[in-house]
Design a protein around this ligand. Structure first.
Ligand code: GTP
Ligand code: MG
Length: 666
C-alpha cells in the first residue's frame, strides 16, 4: 500500500510508582522470563525490536527510580513518554492512594496539551487472594486518559507480557479520543470522523452502505474483502440491537456508528483506528498534515495540473452529486459535495470566475476550471481538498497522483510547443480600457453584449477561467486582470510573468495606447512572452492615438501581431481567447498562429500539420521556413511570404501545392 500509516514510529513506555512496588522486577521478568531475586534500583532502558512486539512497533521500556533520579529527571521522562504505566502493589493501599494524590496530577502537569495515555498496573497479585480492580475502576472513571488496568505478578510472570501489550495498545489505539466510557458512546470527534467516512464510502449517495460499498470499504481499509457470511452476520447483529441499523438490506449511518462503538466496547479499538487512520486521522482525530499535504517537488519553471487520474476522480465526484443531471451544481448539490470538508473550497465569488449556467450555478466546465486554477496557483489546497473528498481512499494512493508536474518552460520554449493544458494570460491595460469586461466576456458566454455591460461588476475577481479549443485540444486559460493603480507604477515581476500577455487599449480614447506601448517596450519587447495587443470597444469610433506610432505601426515595428479588435457587442468575441490560448500553447512558434488569418490556405495546412501527428523532422523544416513570420501585416502578405518560403522547401513543395489546389477547387 502506498499510503503510509501515520502510526507513531516508536512507543516509549515509562514505568512509575512508589518505591518497592516492583517496577524494576516487572521489566526484568519480561526480558528474562524469570523472576529476578536481586534487582538493581533501576533497569537500563530496553529497546524491543518491532518484529517481536505484538503491534510491530519498536518499543522502549524505561524504568524510574527515586533513589537514582531527581525530580527534574522524572519530569523529563514523563514528558518523553508515549504511555505511562503507574505501578502499585496490590498489597499496599498507600501505593494505590498515591495514584490519584501524586502520580496522575504529575503526569497531567507534564502533558498540558494532549493527555498522555496511562495504564494502571497492580503488581504482586501472588501475595493476595483478592482483587483491587473495583477500586481502580472508580479512579478510571475520574481520569479519561487511563486507558486500562491490569493486575499481574513479576514473581509468577502472570500477565506480564499482557501488561506491556496493553501499554503499547494504549499508545497505538487509545480509547479516550474515540470513546467516552462515562457516556458509553463514541466521542463527538469520532462520530464526526465516522460520518465523513460513511459519506465518502456511500458512492451512490443514497445515505446507505450497500454490500458493494461495504465490501469496497472493507477492502480499502483492511486489504481484504468481506466474506458474504460476515456481511450477513454484521447485519444480523444490527437488526438485533437497533431498530434502524439496517434499511433495504443496507447499513444505515446509525448502524455504521453502532458497529464501531461495539468494536470499542469489545476492546477492538484497533479496528476503528485502522479505519480512521486510513481516512487520514491522527491520534487527536484531526486530519493529519502528512495526509492532507503530501510533498511534491515542482521545479521553478514548471507548473502543476490535474493528471488523468485527478480529472477522472473529480468528474466522477461531479456526476455523483449532480443528482438532477443538469451538468451544474445547485447550492444544495454543491453543499452536499463538500460536506466531507470542513468548509467548501470556494466562496460565493466562484460564479464570477468560471462558467456558470443562467441561474449562476457552477457548471461542470466551471467546476473543472476552478480545480485547474486551484491546482495551478495553490497546489496544497488541491491536495488538502482531494484528501477531504477521499481521493486517497478511492485510489489507494496519495493525492500526488492526481497531479502532474509539467515540463520546465525553457524546454517548451526550446521546442516551441507546450504540452501543458493550463495557461495564464495577464490582461494589462490602462484603467477603463476594458480589461475586466474582456475577462468577464470569457466566462459569461450565455450573456449578450448588453447584459454584459449592464452587469454589476463591483467586487469583480481578479481572474476568470474557461476552456478554449486549440487545434482540437481543450486547453484551460486563466485570464488575470492586472489592476494598474497608477500609470507610472512599475509592474511587479509576478504581474509580468505569464504564458501570454494581453495588452488592452480603448480605441475611443486617444490617450489609451501610450500606456501599453510603454509597458510593451519596458517589460515584453525583450522577453520571451508572446503578446497580443487588443483594441477594445471596437464598436465605438476609433480615434487617433496620441502616441508617436499608431497601434498598427507599432505592432509592425516590433514584429508582433496586429491589434486584435474586440467588442462586447461583436460577433466573434471568442476569437481573442482562442488566439491567446494558441499563442500560449505554441510560444514562439508563430506559424501556429496563422490560424488567426481567416481564409488563408496556409491556415488549413498549418492546421493539418498540427492536428495530425507528423514526423518531427517535417515540423522542424516547416518551422525554419516560418521563422521570420513575425512581420505579419495582413492576410495577403502572410500568404505570399509563407508561400515563397515554403516553395523553397522541396520536401514540402508537393504538400503546399496540394493544399493550395484543394483550397482553390472548393
Ligand atoms: N511477591 C512478589 N514480590 C515482588 C514482585 N515484584 C517485585 N517484588 C519484590 O518487591 C521488591 C521491590 O521490587 P523492585 O522491583 O525493586 O521495586 P521498584 O518498584 O523497582 O522499587 P524502586 O526501584 O525502589 O522504585 C523486591 O524485593 C522484589 O523482589 C511480585 O510480583 N511478587
Ligand atoms: Mg527499581
Amino acid at each position: 500500500m502506498v499510503v503510509k500509516s501515520p502510526l507513531k514510529r516508536t512507543v516509549r513506555i515509562l514505568l512509575v510508582g512508589d518505591s518497592g512496588v516492583g517496577k524494576t522486577s516487572l521489566i526484568l521478568s519480561l526480558v528474562s522470563e524469570e523472576f529476578p531475586e536481586n534487582v538493581p534500583a533501576k533497569a537500563e532502558e530496553i529497546t524491543i525490536p518491532a518484529d517481536v512486539t505484538p503491534e510491530q512497533v519498536p518499543t522502549n521500556i524505561v524504568d524510574y527510580s527515586a533513589a537514582e533520579q531527581s525530580e527534574a529527571e522524572l519530569n523529563e521522562q514523563i514528558k518523553r513518554a508515549s504511555v505511562v504505566c503507574i505501578i502499585y502493589a496490590v498489597d499496599d493501599d498507600e501505593s494505590i492512594d498515591r495514584i490519584t494524590s501524586h502520580w496522575m496530577p504529575l503526569i497531567r502537569q507534564n502533558h498540558p496539551d494532549t493527555p498522555c495515555p496511562v495504564v494502571l498496573v497492580g503488581n504482586k497479585i501472588d501475595l493476595v487472594d483478592y482483587s483491587t480492580i473495583d477500586g481502580i475502576f472508580e479512579i478510571m472513571e475520574e481520569y479519561s486518559e487511563i486507558e486500562t488496568c491490569i493486575e499481574c505478578s513479576a514473581k509468577t510472570l502472570k500477565n506480564i507480557s499482557e501488561m506491556f501489550y496493553y501499554a503499547q495498545k494504549a499508545v497505538l489505539h487509545p480509547t479516550a479520543p474515540i470513546y467516552s466510557v462515562e457516556k458509553a458512546d463514541l466521542t463527538e470527534a469520532c462520530k464526526k470522523a465516522l460520518v465523513r467516512i460513511f459519506k465518502i464510502c456511500d458512492v451512490d449517495s443514497d445515505g446507505l452502505l450497500n454490500d458493494i460499498e461495504l465490501n469496497n470499504f472493507q477492502s480499502r481499509c483492511f486489504n481484504a474483502p468481506l466474506q458474504p457470511q460476515v456481511l450477513d452476520d454484521v447485519k444480523a447483529v444490527l437488526r438485533k440491537n437497533l431498530d434502524d441499523g439496517v434499511s433495504h438490506n443496507c447499513v444505515t449511518l446509525k448502524g455504521f456508528l453502532y458497529l464501531h462503538s461495539l468494536f470499542i466496547q469489545r476492546g477492538r479499538n484497533e479496528t476503528t483506528w485502522t479505519v480512521l487512520r486510513k481516512f487520514g486521522y491522527n491520534d487527536n482525530l484531526n486530519m493529519s498534515k502528512d495526509y492532507l499535504f503530501p510533498s511534491l517537488k515542482v521545479p521553478s519553471g514548471s507548473t502543476t495540473e490535474l493528471s488523468h487520474k485527478g480529472h477522472h476522480f473529480l468528474t466522477h465526484l461531479f456526476d455523483r452529486f449532480d443528482k438532477d443531471q443538469d451538468r451544474a451544481l445547485s447550492p444544495t448539490e454543491f453543499e452536499e459535495m463538500f460536506s466531507t470538508c470542513p468548509t467548501p473550497p470556494w466562496g460565493p465569488d466562484v460564479g464570477a470566475m468560471v462558467p456558470t449556467n443562467e441561474k449562476g450555478w457552477i457548471t461542470y466546465q466551471g467546476y473543472m476550471c476552478q480545480w485547474a486554477l486551484m491546482t495551478l496557483v495553490d497546489l496544497p489546497r488541491t491536495f488538502e481538498y482531494l484528501g477531504y473528498l477521499g481521493y486517497n481512499v478511492y485510489e489507494n494512493e496519495s493525492q500526488t497522483t492526481a497531479v502532474q508536474v509539467t515540463r520546465e518552460k525553457k524546454l517548451d520554449l526550446a521546442k516551441k510547443q507546450s504540452s501543458r493544458n493550463v495557461y495564464q494570460c495577464h490582461v494589462i491595460g490602462p484603467s477603463g480600457s476594458g480589461k475586466s469586461t474582456l475577462c468577464r466576456c470569457f466566462i459569461k458566454t450565455h450573456l449578450d453584449g448588453k447584459s454584459l455591460l449592464s452587469e454589476n461588476t463591483t467586487g469583480t475577481p481578479t481572474c476568470t477561467v474557461n476552456t478554449v479549443q486549440v487545434y482540437g485540444q481543450e486547453k484551460i486559460l486563466v485570464l488575470r486582470d492586472i489592476n494598474v493603480r497608477n500609470v507610472s507604477d512599475p509592474l511587479l515581476p509576478h504581474e509580468v510573468h505569464c504564458d501570454v500577455a494581453c495588452l488592452t487599449y480603448d480605441v475611443n480614447n486617444p490617450k489609451s495606447f501610450e500606456y501599453i506601448a510603454r509597458i510593451y517596450i519596458k517589460y515584453f519587447a525583450e522577453s520571451k512572452i508572446p503578446v497580443l495587443i487588443v483594441a477594445c470597444k471596437d464598436d465605438l469610433e476609433e480615434v487617433r492615438q496620441e502616441y508617436l506610432l499608431q497601434p498598427a505601426n507599432f505592432c509592425q515595428k516590433y514584429k508582433i501581431l496586429p491589434p486584435q479588435k474586440f467588442s462586447v457587442r461583436g460577433h466573434h468575441k471568442r476569437d481573442v481567447f482562442v488566439k491567446l490560448a494558441t499563442m500560449a500553447a505554441f510560444p514562439r512558434f508563430q506559424a501556429a498562429w496563422i490560424l488567426f488569418y481567416k481564409h488563408s490556405p496556409l491556415r488549413r495546412m498549418v492546421h493539418m500539420l498540427l492536428l495530425r501527428p507528423q514526423p518531427t523532422e517535417w515540423l522542424n523544416i516547416f518551422y525554419r521556413n516560418f521563422r521570420d513570420f513575425g512581420v505579419i501585416v495582413n492576410d495577403t502578405t502572410v500568404w505570399w511570404k509563407a508561400g515563397l518560403s515554403l516553395a523553397a522547401v522541396t520536401a514540402l513543395g508537393l504538400l503546399v501545392a496540394r493544399v493550395l489546389h484543394t483550397d482553390k477547387i472548393r
